[in-house]
Design a binder for this molecule. Structure first.
Ligand code: AQP
Length: 343
């Protein structure tokens, strides 16, 4: 049985939604809706793998929803919903807890980074996070997953889980009419373009992140024009002019990052940006980047604020999306249970 192409991706409602999330993920979501059926999920169950204040979590769920819509995702054509409203995510994640091996999860670098020295005190959920992510994708038999570079390892794990499930239950899968033996398709990561890993504006060796204590390290989607300009003006750089060739950006992490951001915002390549700005100083490049960032980000922030003024409308969009998501997920979950041998 051929699997229909279907896109799934998620964003955690953990506040400080930033330019990395936008360029690495959300802009890809917008583009894919022209050619694919897409499910875009506010992954609130992932968010609680670290402590979230309940009142702030509700706001953050609406904020990510608003960001999706303000960026151009059409909630009538595509499915926008929050994970906790579709119980199949938790159900399938449990099945995958029993398919994935401890050794696989022990290799996940994000857990090591996030748990840090406090590994013994990290939640079990943070450790099992990649299994829930595999469930998010495979619950819809999604075939394509647009994500930033940092999620590559988790996507590989999702592929391993799909494959192991197909092998472990091969007989039952064939008996259920899947003669090619494939029940869960292998999801393809889509990690493309000049900004798959946007770095901190303060330190070119760290990724731009929601949890960085310094607000100057990131441009958030709700920053006003003045703040965007200030953050770009103060962004760390080196004293040299921009090179004319890509090779010249080697060992210049901060310069490479700003060039990548410019290219992604402008819908061009780093090479094109260097053709225009090669030989120019940051004193000339930064104002051009700031102007472009304000032009692209500010209208989204304004629209997010307008949408957030009507939380009931956002809640209705999520509820409607969850109903449509369940219509796809429920039969797949029911068949999964049958394949396993549950009655
Ligand atoms: N810096 C980044 N550059 C490019 N893409 C990025 N993504 C995240 N950071 C960057 C992509 O955004 C999507 C949603 O990410 P998430 O909500 O799952 O959060 P995260 O990966 O944990 O990223 P954050 O924002 O940096 O949060 P913290 O501070 O908690 O680590 C994903 O597709 C991700 O790849």
């Amino acid at each position: 049985m051929e699997h229909q192409e279907r896109v799934f991706s998620g964003v955690q409602p953990t506040g400080n939604l930033h330019l990395g999330n936008y360029l690495g993920a959300i802009t890809k979501f917008v583009a894919l809706q022209q050619s694919h059926q897409c499910l875009y999920c506010v992954v609130d169950m992932h968010a609680i793998t670290v402590w979230q204040d309940p009142a702030i979590l509700s706001h953050n769920i609406r904020e990510v929803t608003a960001a999706f819509i303000a960026s151009g995702i059409d909630p009538k054509k595509q499915i926008i919903f929050n994970q906790s409203q579709v119980s199949g995510h938790a159900e399938l994640a449990w099945v995958f807890n029993c398919v994935a091996r401890m050794g696989w999860l022990n290799r996940m670098t994000q857990f090591k980074e996030k748990a840090g020295k406090h590994r013994e005190n990290a939640s079990v959920g943070l450790y099992a996070y990649p299994n829930l992510m595999a469930a998010d994708i495979l619950l819809y038999h999604a075939t394509h997953v647009p994500v930033g570079e940092d999620q590559k390892q988790h996507l590989e794990l999702a592929r391993d889980i799909a494959q192991k499930f197909n092998v472990d239950f091969a007989e039952a899968i064939k008996a259920a009419g899947h003669h090619d033996g494939i029940f869960f398709p292998q999801p393809e990561p889509l990690i493309t373009g000049p900004a798959t890993r946007v770095m901190s504006l303060r330190d070119g060796s760290k990724k731009m992140s929601k949890s960085d204590p310094s607000d100057m390290s990131r441009i958030t989607m709700t920053d006003d024009a003045e703040t965007i300009v200030k953050k770009i003006r103060k962004a760390k750089t080196d004293p040299d002019a921009l090179p004319s060739e890509l090779d010249g950006l080697k060992d210049r992490a901060e310069a490479g990052n700003l060039v990548g951001i410019f290219a992604a915002l402008n819908g061009t390549s780093k090479e094109d940006v260097l053709k225009e700005f090669g030989g120019k100083q940051f004193s000339e490049f930064k104002p051009a980047l700031a102007e472009l960032a304000v032009e692209k980000v500010s209208p989204i922030g304004d629209e997010m604020r307008r949408l957030l003024d009507d939380p009931a409308e956002l809640d209705a969009i999520l509820k409607n999306g969850a109903t449509r998501a369940r219509a796809i997920a429920d039969p797949i979950m029911a068949e999964t249970k049958k394949i396993i041998g549950f009655i």
